[in-house]
Structures are given as structure tokens and as C-alpha cells.
Write a protein that binds this ligand. Structure first.
Ligand SMILES: [Zn+2]
Length: 79
């Protein structure tokens, strides 16, 4: 029997393997769709004082941009 989860944003029930399950410390967050997950992300960002997480977000954005550049370089070499 597959486990069932309940989306914490809209309440929709979805089976294991679908939707998004995020484990954060001892918390588990369930979202039936990307849309509900991004809604939660926006709510979360609104609540956290920007000064507390701005550094982490900036670093994460930089890391992702660096990764994109690496992928772009690999692609340009192939051509
Ligand atoms: Zn949902």
C-alpha cells in the first residue's frame, strides 16, 4: 500500500511518488503540485526577515548562475 500525503496548501490528497515531499529537520512538508510548493515558498519568504536569509539566497543564486555558465561552456565546446 502506497502512503498518502495531504497537500498543506490546498488539502488535496496525493499518493507517494507524486507531488513534492520536502523533509526539513524533523518537519515534513507535502505539496500536491509545483504551484502549491511555490505558494508556500512565497509565504515563507514574506515571513522571514530579509536580513536573516538574504546572504543564503544570494549565494544560492550565484551557485546556480555558475552552474548555468558551466553547462553553457560544455555545450559550446560540443558544437
Ligand atoms: Zn495543493
Amino acid at each position: 500500500m502506497k502512503r498518502k500525503y495531504k497537500c498543506i496548501i490546498c488539502g488535496r490528497v496525493f499518493p507517494e511518488g507524486q507531488g513534492i515531499v520536502i523533509k526539513y529537520g524533523d518537519l515534513e512538508l507535502y505539496f500536491h503540485s509545483n504551484r502549491c510548493a511555490s505558494k508556500f515558498l512565497c509565504q515563507l519568504l514574506e515571513r522571514i526577515p530579509p536580513d536573516e536569509i538574504k546572504g543564503y539566497i544570494k549565494r544560492l543564486v550565484e551557485e546556480n548562475l555558475e552552474q548555468l555558465e558551466r553547462v553553457a561552456k560544455v555545450k559550446s565546446k560540443k558544437i
